[in-house]
Design a protein around this ligand. Structure first.
Ligand SMILES: NC(=O)C[C@H](N)C(=O)O
Length: 331
């Protein structure tokens, strides 16, 4: 018999590793399973891969921060260097999109990297976690998954980790690929790709191999009657960059724009104008208020924040940051 591919699975926590107190409970449950428990619960994994595993964290993904991301980055890099043919990360769905976008910009490998979660705890009727985990490992073992960047699998669908975003706190098909579309689908547990391997337009790589923290970047959300004092508070809290989840196509109040200009002129803190709308983008024409104003393009605030952190960490000038954002469609 051929040797099975060696796959490393990293556990981060989330609903996929959670337990409720009854099988009708789908909210208010707690993380209670280890990555070993999850793997042991899917005996058919033994038929597709030789698995090793590591618990990197075991929390709801709302509790994950830049230190966890850097630890995960280091663990994945080591696994690929150590000869594993693919990696799977089990993760809470609330912030999968940030982690997957971050890994897309920092892991320099064409080997399959799959991030997977669940929308129902392990104790629920029709819990989705184990099938999602099985499919994630299948993707990680497949030659056809190479060169696509991090992939997010949920509810039979395979999405680009660069683009995907969570749209519902309860729906099993919570991950939407936006206008870019899903990359593939599972049918009877066989992968059906819609496209050959390709990286997103505007994809770039950041070397973070020598750092142990990422700069603080704070997101501020637009609302009627916005208090522009929040911008100064964010800078006082240590923000080295700001991201605005603006109205419509990145609009912000005049008072807020003036405050953002002020913190740029006084402290050199740049602001990325993103959008609170689920879809759409912020064109360069809507971020011309001052030199340190940057258009997010199509990137939502949480992804724009990661890109700005990486750009500031790389000591990019504001012109280089603008170039980074404008290489993403619509920026
Ligand atoms: N469905 C989920 O995974 C949500 C969860 N609470 C999380 O850790 O993000």
């Amino acid at each position: 018999m051929d040797l099975l591919p060696k796959i490393k699975v990293f556990g981060m926590g989330g609903t996929i590793a959670s337990k409720g107190t009854s099988n009708s409970q789908t909210a208010g449950y707690k993380v209670g399973l280890t990555i070993k428990d999850l793997i042991d619960a899917v005996p058919s994994l033994k038929e597709v891969a030789e698995l090793d595993y590591l618990q990197v964290a075991n929390v709801g993904s709302k509790l994950l921060n830049s230190s966890h991301l850097l630890r995960l980055y280091a663990s994945i890099t080591e696994a690929f260097k150590g000869g594993f043919k693919g990696v799977v990360v089990t993760h809470g769905t609330d912030t999968i999109e940030e982690t997957s976008f971050f890994l897309d910009l920092t892991i320099k490998s064409d080997l399959p990297l799959v991030i997977v979660g669940a929308m129902r705890p392990s104790t629920a009727n029709s819990a989705d976690g184990l099938m999602n985990l099985y499919q994630a490992v299948k993707i990680a073992t497949s030659e056809s998954s190479k060169g696509r960047g991090p992939l997010v699998v949920l509810n039979d669908r395979i999405a680009s980790g660069f683009w995907t975003t969570k749209v519902s706190g309860f729906a099993l098909d919570t991950f939407r690929p936006g206008e870019q579309g899903f990359l593939g689908v599972f049918q009877n547990n066989q992968i059906e790709w819609y496209y050959p391997p390709i990286r997103p337009y505007g994809h770039q790589y950041f070397d973070i191999s020598k750092i142990n923290e990422l700069p603080e970047v704070i997101i501020l959300y637009a609302y009627q009657g916005l208090n522009a004092g929040l911008i100064y508070s964010a800078v006082e809290l240590g923000a080295k960059g700001l991201v605005f989840a603006g109205f419509g196509a990145g609009h912000w109040t005049d008072e807020g724009n003036n405050a953002a200009r002020d913190v740029w002129v006084k402290y050199g803190v740049p602001t990325v104008y993103s959008h609170r709308t689920v879809e759409g983008s912020v064109p360069v024409a809507n971020a011309t208020h001052f030199d340190g104003a940057i258009a997010s393009g199509i990137l939502n605030p949480q992804k724009a924040r990661i890109l700005l952190q990486l750009c500031i960490n790389a000591r990019y000038s504001v012109i280089e940051i603008k170039k980074s954002f404008s290489s993403v469609y619509g920026g």
